[in-house]
Design a protein around this ligand. Sequence first.
Ligand SMILES: [Zn+2]
Length: 244
Amino acid sequence: MFGKAIRKIAGIIHGPLRMIDYGDRFDGKCVLTFDDGPSENTIKVLDALKMGNVHGATFCVQGINARKYPWILRRIVEDGHTLANHTYDHSRLTELSAVKIVQQLLMCQDAVNDALGKQYSLTQMRPPYGSFNYRVLTIAHALNLAVLLWQVDPKDFLPENQRNSDSIVDTVFDRAVKSGCGGLILLHDIHETTAEVVPAIIRLLISNGMEFTSVKELLDTKYNTKDHTLSLSSRIWRTARQSH
Ligand SMILES: [Zn+2]
């Protein structure tokens, strides 16, 4: 009941919850998203984006790492990319109380502000492990955060894929281009091998006609073309209600 009331109030203040769900399709358009950093490998990623003339990537940062690498966080913003909230220390939000979820998100926001030395309102969040329930969605909505899942997951974090980086590039190509779903490509800028394959991913996608865009543009595309009431698939609300 309480969650419903919060969602209603958040709806009045912020409009409907905006979310990029696993099932969304964005033919011909994609966004590179990098989770868990920043780390020293992020610099290599930023150089690759610059070389490839790719703007508007999203970096889903952990507050704890924003505190460790404030200068890298500043460069992400200076290079024209977007920061998103990935909690303070990568907690699985579905296992936390509402108060702790809010704390995780606000502590990440504070770390970002401190690192940048100015107010930077995060407007997107990605739940660690893609793990969410009704409570997480309600709190994200109340904090005016769009929720980001993904379309393309090459599982770059797996040791076998770190050893065989071609598999990361191949999976991105299969999902984003061959299956034609485009959308958010999930990578992790804490891994050196991932940072090293970014130039190959950029080249491959561009040479196959993919356009790099931003999360904001994908969200605007989705919510301008669909009825808001359909913006969350029934599956999500069913799952969310069950786990509430
Ligand atoms: Zn993560």
